[in-house]
Design a protein around this ligand. Structure first.
Ligand SMILES: Nc1ncnc2c1ncn2[C@@H]1O[C@H](COP(=O)(O)OP(=O)(O)O)[C@@H](O)[C@H]1O
Ligand SMILES: O=c1ccn([C@@H]2O[C@H](COP(=O)(O)OP(=O)(O)O)[C@@H](O)[C@H]2O)c(=O)[nH]1
Length: 241
């Protein structure tokens, strides 16, 4: 038996997030493979919350936090930011979202990231969506991205490709060894890539009656049927007199 704090910690981390069972999909692939683009499509169709580790780190730089300078230097150099920093941001964003389905994009980037995330959150991904794309195509896409990112220059791009091969691919290999990788040919046009994505996410299709509008419609239909039944009953009573 640990201290109250340790017990509370175990309770919040018992495979649940804030007492809620959650679904996590890790979205991995080289820089420029189209992770962010396809995550936006998945969010629209399947109601997941998209958490890009890179976006969270860039927001942390902008916020002027004490870690900002360190994060900025690491990103500029294509290096992987220490796990505790990224995991804290991801964990907080998950809690704040209120959703129970998450796409974690661009994380875990190395074995240490992976082990630390599981140790801290006790959450294992449902599966890993892996965007497999030729390096020349990824390079072409990043150079045409035009988002004003400090790391989208040829020197840093080459470093990021090396980090991907040396550190991130082993994570994908690990998940492959336990049957959790869903590989997509990401070298094709956006729509074609999304067609492949859809076959993997089919079971998460949001039913129309599960949306806020659908629930309102169901309530209206239920109300209408109740009123019709009451009127029919009243008419039958009157006619039988
Ligand atoms: N299948 C695709 N074909 C051509 N361009 C793409 C495709 N997917 C994404 N892009 C473009 O390539 C660039 C990088 O895509 P992005 O989604 O930001 O990649 P990542 O998140 O993996 O770094 C963006 O400018 C995006 O519009
Ligand atoms: O979990 C993460 C995600 C991103 N990064 C840093 O953020 C950069 C940009 O990552 P992002 O996923 O935004 O872009 P991508 O490289 O996939 O285009 C990486 O090169 C890393 O320096 C990191 O350190 N840890």
């Amino acid at each position: 038996m640990g201290t109250a704090a340790e017990v509370a910690d175990k309770e919040t981390n018992g495979g649940l997030l804030d007492g809620k069972k959650v679904t996590v999909v890790f979205v991995l692939g080289g820089p420029g493979s189209g992770k962010g683009t396809q995550c936006a499509n998945i969010v629209k169709r399947y109601g997941f919350t998209h958490l890009s580790a890179g976006d969270l780190l860039r927001a942390e730089i902008k916020s002027g936090s004490e870690n900002g300078k360190m994060i900025q230097e690491m990103i500029k150099d294509g290096k992987i930011v220490p796990s505790e920093v990224t995991i804290k941001l991801l964990h907080r964003a998950m809690l704040e979202s209120g959703n129970d389905k998450f796409l974690i994009d661009g994380f875990p980037r190395n074995e240490e990231n992976r082990a630390a995330f599981e140790a801290v959150t006790n959450i294992e991904p449902e599966f890993v969506l892996f965007f497999d794309c030729p390096e020349e195509e990824m390079e072409r896409r990043i150079l045409g991205r035009n988002q004003g990112r400090e790391d989208d220059n040829i020197e840093t791009i080459r470093k990021r490709f090396k980090v991907f091969l040396d550190s991130s691919l082993p994570v994908i290999k690990y998940y492959e060894s336990i049957g959790k990788v869903r590989k997509i040919d990401a070298g094709k046009p956006v729509d074609e890539v999304f067609e492949s994505v859809k076959t993997i996410f089919a079971k998460y299709e949001t039913k129309w009656y599960d949306t806020p509008r659908g629930r309102t419609m169901m309530l209206c239909i239920g109300g209408f049927m109740l009123v019709s039944a009451a009127v029919a009953l009243a008419l039958r009573k009157r006619n039988s007199r």
